[in-house]
Design a protein around this ligand. Structure first.
Ligand code: ADP
Ligand code: ASP
Ligand code: MG
Length: 436
């Protein structure tokens, strides 16, 4: 998405994130996702894991998500009482989910004779901007977390939430935001690793729910993981990977149900893959402004107001036709569709364009790999594989390490399987050694 670098800049300005006075023996941050804390038995399981980590001599900060699909349930509840729930109240509602998990986990730990204290995002000093529903962490003040650790307690922090220090309003960080809470806390408190416990064994070469033969990656670089996440690989929230890369915090994605190594997301990997995996995203919509005059300033007239309104534009395609007019299509997260449509219609009116069409039945499939840039012909193979599977490509975008195609929504899973069959990731080129 287009606004990641500026978000990072604002975060890193907050130098006092770091407190060099406090040297933790060995601090581990563990984050447990919704399925991992989905019922009382699983919460007791998590308590057992945390207790073992503690007994091994580590300080532990635990970040928890809401139980199971509780966040979805709360969103549904909101839509049942209101057609347009105010963003502030939505955040008040959604933060309750994580609050339940954190208190239950503290109780389960207490049962095991382990001292624990649960803190909301605000109590844990997670300061954010004021964007309800998609807030960005701007600073972390660590006092209460440090106090808890100094008292030999496990500190449990509610994921996915913070507070805007100016307005004192509670905010949420966007779906999957507990990952961002965890890695940001790991960075702020100087943890040696951030462990992300989830319902799969690690990061796979494609969503294992779609591709039965997907393989677990032993390691993946921050850059590739960022592309995978930005392309829809929901296993890690993109912003958490940005934090990991910026502060060089290794992220270990692993199963909360099984023992064994998961996937290490880190700066340098032993092997350089040409292709690391296939990602898909079914959460975007395509907006098309039809028959716009083909003249200078038109794209600026459209995308400036979208940017000002905070609409996250992903792919953009412009088709000039022989009559001198052009169609401009772009994709946005579906949560931004209403806003994007309104702005596009206003601009279309001003420009005398043909009209605006919004298509929510699309999906995006992406092939990602850092070695792609030195291997020509990857994009051509992508298009051939999709063509052979009778899948029409509607939009294309590429970066040095990614090829993405928009296809019909009901073809996304076929497209993922077609690309996975064609490239059989991870496709390894060369061993480059630990220092390479
Ligand atoms: P949590 O609740 O633990 O945060 P998520 O549902 O957010 O879990 O993320 C885990 C899910 O991500 C998996 O169940 C899997 O279906 C999905 N997923 C998508 N792409 C991948 C991938 N490349 N590797 C592993 N899991 C993936
Ligand atoms: N509970 C929130 C969600 O479902 C945050 C998270 O789980 O990371 O998106
Ligand atoms: Mg998640």
């Amino acid at each position: 998405m287009l606004d990641a670098p500026s978000a990072l800049r604002s975060v890193w300005l907050a130098i006092h994130w770091f407190d060099h006075d406090l040297a933790y023996m060995s601090l581990i941050v563990q984050k447990y996702g919704g399925t991992s804390v989905g019922d009382p038995v699983r919460i007791r399981n998590v308590a057992g894991r945390v207790a073992t980590t503690r007994r091994d001599g580590n300080d532990v900060i635990v970040v928890v998500s809401a139980m199971g699909k509780y966040t979805d349930d709360l969103i549904r509840l909101a839509t049942e009482v209101s057609n347009d729930p105010p963003a502030r109240e939505m955040d008040m509602l959604l933060t309750a989910g994580e609050r339940i998990s954190m208190a239950l986990l503290a109780m389960a730990l207490s049962d095991l004779g382990i001292g624990a204290v649960s803190l909301t995002g605000s109590q844990a000093g997670i300061l954010t901007d004021d964007t309800h529903g998609e807030a960005r962490i701007t600073e972390i003040r660590g006092t209460r977390v440090k106090d808890g650790l100094a008292k030999q307690k496990i500190v449990i922090v509610a994921g996915f939430q913070g507070v805007d220090p100016e307005s004192k309003e509670i905010t949420t960080l966007g779906r999957g935001g507990s990952d961002a809470t965890a890695v940001a806390l790991a960075a702020a408190h100087g943890a040696s690793v951030c462990e992300i416990y989830t319902d799969v064994d690690g990061v796979f070469t494609a969503d294992p729910r779609i591709v039965a033969g997907a393989r677990k990656l032993e390691e993946v670089s921050f850059d590739e993981m960022l592309e995978l996440a930005a392309s829809g690989s929901g296993v890690l929230m993109g912003r958490s990977v940005e934090f990991g890369r910026r502060f060089n915090i290794p992220i270990h994605v692993r199963s909360s149900f099984r023992e064994g190594e998961g996937t290490w997301v880190k700066e340098k990997t032993m092997e350089q893959a040409i292709i690391s995996g296939v990602a898909h995203d079914s959460s975007e919509a395509k907006v098309t402004v039809q028959a716009v005059p083909d003249q200078p300033g038109v794209a600026a007239a459209l995308f400036e107001p979208l940017a000002e309104a905070g609409v996250n534009v992903d792919m953009i395609v412009q088709n000039v036709s022989s009559d001198g007019s052009t169609d401009i299509s772009f994709t946005v997260p579906r949560s931004h569709t209403a806003n994007a449509r309104e702005i596009a219609m206003r601009v279309a009116d001003e420009l005398g364009a043909g009209g605006v069409d919004v298509d929510e039945a699309i999906g995006k499939v992406s092939l990602v790999g850092a070695g792609m840039k030195s291997h020509p012909g990857v994009a051509a193979r992508v298009f051939r594989a999709l063509a052979d599977a009778a899948i029409n490509v509607e939009m294309i975008s590429t970066s040095t390490i990614r090829v993405s195609c928009v296809v019909r929504g009901d073809k996304v899973e076929d497209a993922v399987r077609a690309l996975h069959d064609e490239f059989e990731p991870p496709m390894i080129t060369q061993e480059i050694g630990a220092d390479g």
